[in-house]
Design a protein around this ligand. Structure first.
Ligand code: ATP
Ligand code: FE
Length: 356
């Protein structure tokens, strides 16, 4: 089964060709990503209008590049998968329209994919993980624990009640004069810092369950920064490094403790072959990966973290998730509607996170 996938829900225009094999896993024949970082840099964040226009002008080029790189053409494709939400609606619409056009012209089946399912199924694509597994989805707009039982079957154990960690990393970088996206910049700066130089809070650790909070951490960082500026008239390079290290260590501690609880809860329900997988852009952070790996091995669970390039937004994960949905009998038609919000676990209240 060879699937062409399209992704355009935020600031990356992606097209990819993925071949699914067996029950789980697949090979990525091409994975083209056109980033838009430089278009948004001067604005300090993604501007939805600019993003949508850039997707519109780049999607067909991305599709052509993905087909060429895969050494195939539309004639070699079995289905077209596209991110149908959640995300910035203009970008999602651009992708869905492009996919509908391709499906109408070729007669190929069209499959609308939840962007978060794309992230959540990535460990199956890369490592051939089998269902069920516990998933920590930690990205720019989301943070939640999910039990993945099938391509369209997820149960939510808990998540952030306010900001997502990626958003907090981005805001931290902005406060400290570091470039966007903030996660990689903060991680780099933290390498030269002392995490113990500032004591930042570990929100919600005193509360039971798997819910998390990151907005107070950001406020605490702002306060520490302002105190330094008031005292010394500005921030030294070492201050920035120390603040980044303290911030990152706080995020690590919160994620580690909540993951420990989520794994314990998961293992009561699924005692055999426990596995923890991480996905989403923040899973690219090496310090976070390291603590999660320790938590997994302490619990006797397999740990699976996809390669960095497949943790951030890409179309290979959409092609793969679309392939799994198609194989399980799911297919959309021209009524497929782009959705700005689309909870993975429909029985739960709408997912909290940024308004992105
Ligand atoms: P969502 O998938 O929830 O809609 P998104 O598409 O913006 O959100 P991703 O592309 O999965 O999110 O991830 C981008 C986020 O990951 C950004 O907030 C970025 O700062 C963060 N990020 C990327 N690399 C790192 C890193 N090394 N450390 C921490 N955060 C990181
Ligand atoms: Fe994403």
């Amino acid at each position: 089964l060879t699937v062409l996938g399209l992704e355009s829900s935020c600031d990356d225009t992606g097209a990819a060709v993925v071949r699914l094999s067996g029950d789980t896993g697949g090979s990525i024949l091409s994975n083209v990503v056109y980033g838009q970082a430089e278009l948004h840099r001067d604005f300090g964040g993604v501007v939805p209008e600019i993003a949508a226009r850039a997707h519109t002008s780049k999607l067909d080029l991305a599709v052509r590049a993905a087909l060429t790189e895969a050494g195939t053409s539309l004639a070699g494709i079995d289905a077209i998968a596209v991110t149908a939400g959640p995300g910035l609606i203009g970008g999602v619409m651009a992708g869905v329209m492009c996919a509908k056009g391709l499906a109408a012209a070729t007669g190929l089946p069209l499959i609308g994919v939840n962007h978060l399912a794309g992230h959540a199924l990535t460990p199956r694509l890369t490592d051939g993980l089998t269902y069920p597994y516990l998933m920590l989805l930690v990205s720019g707009g989301h943070c939640q624990f999910l039990i993945a039982r099938g391509p369209d079957s997820f149960a939510r154990l808990g998540g952030t009640i306010d900001d997502a960690p990626g958003e907090a990393f981005d805001k931290a970088a902005r406060l400290l004069g570091l470039p966007q996206p903030g996660g990689p910049a903060v991680e780099r700066a933290a390498l030269d810092g002392d995490p113990k130089s500032f004591r930042l809070p570990r929100p919600l650790l005193d509360r039971s369950g798997c819910d998390m909070s990151f907005s107070g951490l950001k406020t605490a960082l702002l306060r520490a920064r302002n105190t330094l500026i008031a005292d010394q008239g500005g921030l030294f390079r070492q201050d920035v490094a120390d603040l980044c290290a303290a911030f990152q260590s706080s995020v690590c501690d919160v994620l580690a403790e909540k993951t420990r609880r989520a794994l314990a809860e998961y293992m009561v329900l699924n005692p055999t072959q426990p596995a923890l997988a991480v996905a989403g852009g923040v899973a690219a952070n090496n310090a976070i990966r390291a603590v999660l790996e320790t938590v997994s091995s302490d619990a006797g669970a397999q740990f699976c973290a996809p390669p960095l390039a497949l943790c951030t937004d890409n179309a290979a994960m959409i092609a793969y998730a679309g392939g799994e949905l198609f194989r399980s009998g799911h297919i959309d038609d021209m009524t497929l509607t782009p959705r700005p919000r689309w909870p993975l676990d429909r029985s739960s209240p709408a997912m909290l996170g940024s308004g992105k």
